[in-house]
Design a protein around this ligand. Structure first.
Ligand code: ZN
Length: 102
């Protein structure tokens, strides 16, 4: 089970966006990377297309290593380490700070 999954709120631990929080847009388990909303923005040059009428420079998120991200606990409002609880068959994620199931 993944510590971080799509839709999670995460906290950026290092890099130029250190200290920011954002929502996970996508996770790639194999290269251990994730895309986080409004974090690690890269300028990208776009040709004119139906989505971007003007063309030109657009900002787009770049992938971040999962090791640079911590789950942002919605209960205690802090970045926290993730633990797991095994209750019955369902394995659940826990905030190791406040023990809330995430
Ligand atoms: Zn917590």
């Amino acid at each position: 089970m993944a510590r971080i999954k799509k839709g999670d709120q995460v906290y950026v631990l290092s890099g130029k966006d250190r200290g920011k929080t954002g929502k996970v847009l996508q996770v790639w388990p194999a290269p251990q990377q994730a895309l986080v909303e409004r974090v690690n923005l890269l300028k990208h040059f776009d040709r004119r297309n139906p989505k971007n009428q003007a063309g030109g420079i657009v900002e787009r998120e770049g992938p971040l290593a999962l090791s640079k991200l911590a789950l942002f606990c919605p209960k205690c409002r802090k970045p926290s380490r993730v633990g797991f609880s095994v209750s019955g068959e369902a394995k659940q994620r826990l905030c190791r700070r406040c023990k809330a199931v995430i």
